[in-house]
Ligand binder design. Structure first.
Ligand code: SAH
Ligand code: SF4
Ligand code: F3S
Length: 443
């Protein structure tokens, strides 16, 4: 059977979809990129804001036309919206035959084998487990140079605006043995750079009551693996960033000088309402500590504008702290009401108009900082890991896309037609663009 898959949301969803692809392919299911060829559709969904959730309903409405043309065509809905809406999908879209939440993913390949043969069957995999459900692996012979490794599932923080604790459940750390085994395996398949994934990586292990190593120990163990060139992790919560984790940036050779540290707001009042459990002063202290440990560290963040009760003064405090830190880049969002979260009941809600206005001001300020930070790189050198060919090519030169140690995109031109994927070069940056750099290999 042929399937077509679409993925929304964060890196954890992307990594879940990659696993599903490998697993389904090993069972003989064939992936297609043409919707009209598919025997079934898989949608891996995100419900962090209203927009990606709405996209799921309109997509299912559109895909239903394929079912109407050929009645055996069906759809599977997975991920965070599936966990929230659950069996509701069966009623709203009768051609949906499988719904699965993040903890049900491991059972999806088996479920699809049953759906293939039992044509009247519908399956829901929505139970939360109280442990990290380990998944069987089917690695290909060779992997791309960059890979993601899950170290945990779920979140216990219940930030007032966030749906993730409801869709991914309580925090469950994956046994460090399994994490390290997977890292080893990936390195043996050609992986050079590993990014550890979790909603709140700094609290890794803490749910295991002393029976598991903590996050920094885990970093140290992975840092020691022979053949690994680069280590990254995401996402960190400022309240759980320990002094040891800060110091690790100056100490561990493979740990890249890049940290994504979501700030969300620069106003202490809003941070408190959000339940973030840190102040702007504490965040700035962390930034100072990080820069002391590693002067060239790249800092990126997430910001929300228009949280209930956010005044012009609160918003101005966010702009001020952005200028104090000087983030290399940021993801910024308009606050969006999610069903069942605490902020849904908070007032006053900020109008769509003001949210748009604030987002626009904030993003323009970030653009200025991004440009400035990128232009400061010109003339300096760094290691660049080549990930693959660039999108844009010119005649007679071959352009390759890589990333510097801070995670910035770097395009490099070569005169020879060799495959440079996975190679690491020392590069001097020659030009900065809006969101990327150009560089030349230094011999
Ligand atoms: N676990 C991570 C990321 C969670 S979701 C963390 O704690 O940082 C990614 C980002 O989406 C969040 O950092 C936040 O900025 C944004 N976000 C989450 N819920 C939102 C909501 N209801 N409205 C707008 N943005 C939201
Ligand atoms: Fe959501 Fe907060 Fe958990 Fe991040 S830490 S996933 S924002 S509840
Ligand atoms: Fe979205 Fe779920 Fe990730 S809500 S951001 S896919 S954890």
């Amino acid at each position: 059977m042929k399937y077509h898959m679409q993925t929304f949301g964060c890196q954890m969803n992307v990594s879940d979809s990659d696993w599903l692809d490998r697993s389904l392919n090993s069972l003989g299911f064939e992936k297609t990129f043409i919707e009209g060829e598919a025997d079934f559709f898989i949608i891996n969904t995100c419900s962090v804001r209203e927009k990606p959730e709405q996209k799921v309903y309109s997509l299912l409405g559109r895909l239903n036309a394929f079912h109407e043309k050929k009645s055996s065509v069906f759809a599977c809905v997975g991920g965070c919206v599936a966990q929230q809406v659950g069996k509701g999908f069966f009623e709203r879209f009768p051609f949906v035959r499988l719904v699965f939440g993040p903890d049900g993913l491991a059972m999806v390949p088996r479920a699809l084998q049953r759906l293939e043969h039992e044509l009247r069957l519908k399956i829901s995999l929505l139970d939360f487990e109280d442990y990290y459900p380990e998944r069987g692996e089917n690695w290909p012979d060779k992997m791309p140079p960059q890979a993601f490794v899950n170290i945990m599932q779920g979140c216990d923080n219940f930030c007032a605006y966030c749906v993730v604790p409801f869709t991914r459940g309580r925090q469950k750390s994956r046994p460090s043995e399994d994490v390290i085994k997977e890292c080893r395996q990936l390195i043996s398949l050609g992986v050079k750079e590993i990014t550890l994934l979790g909603q709140n990586v700094n609290s890794y292990g803490l749910d295991k009551q002393g029976l598991e190593i903590n996050f920094v120990r885990l970093l140290r163990e992975i840092n020691r693996l022979t053949g690994l060139k680069r280590l990254r992790f995401t996402t960190s919560h400022p309240k759980d960033m320990s002094p040891e984790a800060v110091k690790a940036f100056g100490e561990l050779e493979t740990l890249c000088p890049h940290l994504h540290l979501p700030l969300q707001s620069g106003s202490n009042k809003i941070l408190m309402e959000m339940g973030r459990k840190y102040t702007r002063e504490r965040y700035l202290e962390l930034v100072t500590g990080l820069r002391d440990a590693c002067s060239e560290i790249t800092l990126t963040t997430d910001l929300i504008v228009g949280f209930p009760g956010e005044t012009d003064t609160d918003f101005q405090e966010t702009l001020d702290i952005m200028n104090m830190v000087g983030f290399d880049s940021s993801f910024s969002f308009k606050y969006s009401d999610r069903p069942g979260v605490r902020a849904e009941l908070m007032a006053p809600k900020i109008s769509e108009e003001i949210k748009s206005l604030r987002l626009d001001i904030l993003q323009k300020l970030q653009e200025e900082w991004t440009l400035k930070k990128l232009s400061q790189r010109v003339g300096t050198t760094d290691q660049v890991l080549i990930e693959g060919p660039s999108k844009r090519q010119r005649p007679d030169v071959w352009s390759w896309k890589g990333r510097d140690s801070g995670g910035r995109i770097v395009n490099i031109e070569f005169k020879t037609r060799e495959d440079f994927t996975g190679r690491i070069f020392k590069v001097i940056f020659t030009r900065s663009k809006k969101h990327s750099l150009e560089g030349k290999v230094v011999i």
